[in-house]
Structures are given as structure tokens and as C-alpha cells.
Ligand binder design. Sequence first.
Ligand SMILES: Cc1cc2nc3c(=O)[nH]c(=O)nc-3n(C[C@H](O)[C@H](O)[C@H](O)COP(=O)(O)O)c2cc1C
Length: 406
Amino acid sequence: MSAPPVRPYSGARVLLGVTGGIASYKAAWLARLLTKAGASVDVVMTPAATEFVGAITFEALTGRAVHTGLFHPGRALDHIKLAREATAIVIAPATADFIARAAAGQASDLLSACLLAATCPVLLVPAMNDHMWAHAQTQRNAAHLGELGYSVLQPDEGMLAAGEGSGPGRMPEPESIFAHVGRLLERPGALAGKRVLVTAGPTQEAVDPVRFISNHSSGKMGVAVAAAAWRRGAAVDLIAGPLSVAAPNGVTVHAVESTEDMAAAVQRLLPDSDVLVMAAAPADFRPAEPARSKIKKTNAPLTLTLAPTPDILQTTKQARRPGAVIVGFALETDDAVASGRKKLAAKDLDMIVVNDATEAGAGFGVDTNRVTLLSRTGGDEQLPLLPKTEVADAILDRVEKLIGGR
Ligand SMILES: Cc1cc2nc3c(=O)[nH]c(=O)nc-3n(C[C@H](O)[C@H](O)[C@H](O)COP(=O)(O)O)c2cc1C
């Protein structure tokens, strides 16, 4: 069964400003990502930007007219209208020259005029030669824009234009900028400014130096929770077993291998966390005595003795900050809801997310999940089959309510 397409930004109106830098070719992909996510994207290009990429590319990708000049008969008030209608403005790439104009409050082209007329959140994504970025004037301009309330992304280090070597100045990849736009679009809620700790993925328990026991967890559910919490303005720590998917932008990743490592990381980070979401699938058993060298292949049957691993939620109970919201997951194959309810009480959780691994479209590896949310305070909720990104939002909506009530 397939889930409905995810269009998290439908209803948002994003003004994408493109200035005349070599990275402007990457802005086309950003326009595509935003449009695919459901946003209406109004592209405003500086005249210099049109020397690098054609307006027609953006028009075709967004399905909307592209704006390139301040003085167009019949569209005299575009700069006011575009600024007023924007839910968010992202300028990618932002040239040194544009950053200087914006910092000086100039309105000499359509894009800088829009910026002055806007009241919505703004994200600037500088991209330039490393010396241009390091120049004291550029640094001062960027810092001033930060003081004015704009979000200014730090450029990445990496290969610059052909023959220009590498250094800090490179535009972050469109996927990363897209994630930052999400943080801009999200309404500030109870998670803004909070510390959220999320665990994700399987663990690996060594059999010998080259073999391990693990499970089919991909980490997608935990990664979706971490990404959504970050978009909502939280500082996010992600304790990740070996993931099959990329870790999300903005979060601090703590890579672990075994359940014991994961328990130690939770123990260390939990005292500073306002929320813990245990979406990982740590192994419940490990080989009791992992071999020190590779076990040789023989024809004789091999018996492994397994020992239970620490129960992370139990062993870290005393590390919880008073008032912290604790969310567990229960992946079951029999009597899922009844087992979940037992776990909720036994592990002293605020909420448990129960899913049945035998159901089509739910559980490990897939992009969707069908879960039931059980809370200590009651109000159980059975959600339909949804993309994991939407399940993550449903979980965090509840977490925000719980935080709000404390
Ligand atoms: C080939 C080429 C590449 C350029 N790349 C950049 C760049 O990556 N970043 C930057 O700040 N300026 C870059 N410039 C300089 C800008 O295009 C120039 O400062 C221009 O006036 C910027 O105009 P705008 O800010 O209105 O778009 C480049 C110029 C050329 C000719």
C-alpha cells in the first residue's frame, strides 16, 4: 500500500533570491526541492545571476514567472507585493556584493528592494571565493545581517570554482539549504530552544572481530524524528547505530555500535535533554563471549551463547531530568498494543509508539509506518498508514503538548 505524497510546505510561499555567483546553478535544484515539497516558489534573480543561469530554467522548474528587474511596466510594485506575500525568503547563492548591499540597506535592484520591504524570516546562503569570504568587510557585513535578525548560513569548505582550489566559501548542498528553509517555515512551538535526544537505527553485537548480530532497522523513523525536531527549533542530539540512511542536517550525530555503547551515550546526554525519543532498535541479546579472533569455518554446528543486553530505558531512568518527556517505541509481532501498554507502565514513559512489524508498510526499512500512540495520560490515537516524516510530526505534536503542560 502506498502512502500519500509528502508535501510538507504546501501553502508556503518561498521567495528564492538568486544572485550572480558560480553556485547559482545549484539554486535550480533548490527550486526543484522546494516546489516538490509543495511550496509556491517565486524566483527573483539579480541581473548578474541571469549571466550564469537562464530565468527560463527556474520558470520551468517552479511553474511560475521569474522576476529579474525592478523597472517593468505593469509590474511596478513587484518588490512590495513579492515581499508581502512571501512566507520565507532564501537567497542562495548570496554574493559578496549582494551581502554588502543588504547590509547597507540598499534597494538598488529588485531582490535587495524585496529584502528591505519584507517582514518574514530570511535565510542568506553566502557563496564565494575563500578570500572574499574571509575578508574583514564581508565578515562584518555578514555579522551585521545576523544582528538584523537574518539567518546567515556558514559556507562549506570544499572545492571552489575550477582551478580555484578549495576552502571555506562553497555553497552548502541544496538538500542542506532545503532543510534550513524548513526550520525557517516551521512555526515556533514548544520545542524551540529545547534539547531533544533521539536514538535511531540498529545496533551491532560482535560475534568475532569480523561478524556481528544485528537487525533490519534502517534508522528512518529516528532520523525523521530528529529532522522534524530540528526543524521545530530544537537542538538535537542523534545517537545513531549504523544507519542505512543519511543523518539529517543540523543535528549532532553520536555514532555508536553496540547496545552497551548506545546505553552509555544515552546516560551521558540524557541529563541535559528535555526530551528523549528512543526510536532505535537496539539488539536485546549479544554473544556472551565474542571471540577475539575470527571463528574458523568448519562443518561442525556452531552454538553461540547469547546474553541479554542492558535495557536502555531502565538503566538510564535515574539520568532523566525532572519534567523531561520520555518517548519509547515498541515494535511487536504479537498483540502489539497490549505489549506496548505494559512497556509504557514498566518503563515509566510518557508515551509509547507501537507498531506491528508484521503489517505491510509498517516497521523496518520502509518509508511508511502505521502506529498507535499510547500515553500515560490516556487519549490513545491510532494513526493511518503515513510516511515516517508525518508520523514523526504526529509524535512531536504530542511531545509539544506534554512540554507545554509542564
Ligand atoms: C565567473 C564569475 C564567477 C563569480 N562568482 C562569484 C561568486 O561565487 N561569489 C561572489 O560573491 N561573486 C562572484 N562573482 C562576482 C559577482 O558576479 C559580481 O560581484 C556581481 O556584481 C554580483 O552581482 P549581484 O550580487 O547583484 O548578483 C563572479 C563573477 C564571475 C565573472
